[in-house]
Design a protein around this ligand. Structure first.
Ligand code: NAD
Ligand code: UFG
Length: 338
């Protein structure tokens, strides 16, 4: 049985990926400092899968702890989710973001190198495509960043490329996520932001659950079919399954490769809102407000490379994403804290 070390495994994407890893027969060790997640998520994973997870509550910047973990367990590969992800917060606290995300990854990579663990799957983001003027975007699109969060992803990508250049025995998959939404169809794990959500889907579900009053739609005069922003929403379970494909890939190849994880389809804010209302039976009050700084009009993925090389394809449509997001939120109106 192969052991996968999952950093940030208690978080939204980490919990969903851990469930898929356990179901596929991997052993999972999680390191998470619980800065944006709750330990209860791990218990839910264990109940859902009937399997146990080894959890270390701690920080990826803690070299002594990594030393302990790497010397105790025989690790096949690392899936590296741990990071801070709020764009606005990264603008007001850039040093915190560079320290947590970039310096944290540096400590992790150095320790992996020391222990000869040279397979990693890294959570990057479509944010590294900056402000594209056309979509779909493929992996060869020029990279740029518009905020400190995006720059941490870009810097880590560059670190990984430099690492492979210096030592071609590394196997590195960089996964560029588009917009993960939805939840496991059991309704027992899902997205549970600590603060008022920044992202569209958790905001909508919290309005539906009565925790927030109304949605603000950021702008309706973008050059899109209805004037609202267009994104490539992807079911979090499809995203999780992409990590299993990427793990197989790094198990069989050396190199450094970036892969888009998106559906290739774009939906506007109003499309998503309407589909959510239809699938949940809830009415979501909203008002159109000003544009949010830094938002792009439209971005969606070209997922052909992931399909061709990883053999990965999405299975869930936008309706399933909305149903599953609502099942999670309606079963857990206050998230894990209940
Ligand atoms: P999340 O906040 O739910 O999960 C991240 C987890 O990492 C949390 O459990 C947090 O407690 C933990 N963590 C943060 N810093 C840590 C540290 N220094 N040491 C140990 N643990 C730490 O976020 P998510 O949505 O699951 O995102 C996972 C990864 O995917 C992140 O790197 C994020 O930047 C990236 N990503 C997310 C999205 C998205 O829309 N959700 C899009 C693109 C990329
Ligand atoms: N939106 C609203 N109201 C809200 C929240 C969002 O109208 O309350 C709109 C945005 O303007 C955008 C769309 O909904 O048009 C999606 O916004 P999200 O915040 O859900 O997602 P983004 O595409 O802006 O950002 C996400 C991640 C970032 C990542 C980026 C690119 O949150 O971390 O995708 O991958 F960098």
């Amino acid at each position: 049985m192969k052991t996968i070390f999952v950093t940030g495994g208690a978080g939204y994407i980490g919990t969903h990926t851990t469930v898929q890893l356990l179901e596929a027969g991997y052993e999972v060790i999680i390191l998470d400092n619980l800065s944006n997640s709750r330990q209860e998520a791990i218990q839910r994973i264990e109940i859902l899968t009937g399997k146990t997870v080894t959890l270390y509550v701690g920080d990826i910047r803690d070299q002594e702890l990594l030393d302990e973990i790497f010397s105790t367990h025989s690790i096949h590969a690392v899936v590296h989710f741990a990071g801070l992800k709020a764009v606005g917060e990264s603008v007001s606290q850039p040093l915190h973001y560079y320290d947590n995300n970039v310096a944290g990854t540096l400590v992790l990579l150095r320790m992996m190198d020391q222990y000869g663990i040279k397979r990693i799957v890294f959570s990057s983001s479509a944010t590294v495509y900056g402000i594209p003027t056309t979509s779909p975007v493929d992996e060869s699109f020029p990279l740029s960043a518009t905020n400190p969060y995006g720059r941490t992803k870009l810097m880590i990508e560059e670190m990984l490329r430099d690492l492979y250049t210096a030592d071609p025995s590394w196997s590195i998959a960089i996964l560029r996520y588009f917009n993960p939404i939805g939840a496991h169809d059991s309704g027992t794990i899902g997205e549970d932001p600590f603060d008022v959500p920044n992202n569209l889907m958790p905001y909508i579900t919290q309005v539906a659950a009565g925790r927030l009053k109304e949605l603000q739609v950021f702008g309706d005069d973008y050059p899109t079919h209805d004037g609202t922003g267009v994104r490539d929403y992807i079911h979090v379970v499809d995203l999780a399954l992409g990590h299993l494909k990427a793990l197989e890939y790094v198990g069989n190849h050396v190199g450094v490769e970036a892969f888009n994880l998106g559906t290739g389809k774009g939906y506007s804010v109003l499309d998503l809102l309407q589909t959510f209302q239809q699938e949940s039976g809830q009415t979501i009050p909203y008002q159109i407000t000003g544009k949010r700084d830094g938002d792009v009009a439209a971005i969606f993925a070209d997922p052909q490379k992931s399909k061709a090389i990883l053999g990965w394809e999405v299975r869930h449509d936008i309706e399933a994403m909305c149903r599953d997001a609502w099942r999670w939120q309606s079963n857990n109106p206050k998230g894990y804290s209940e």
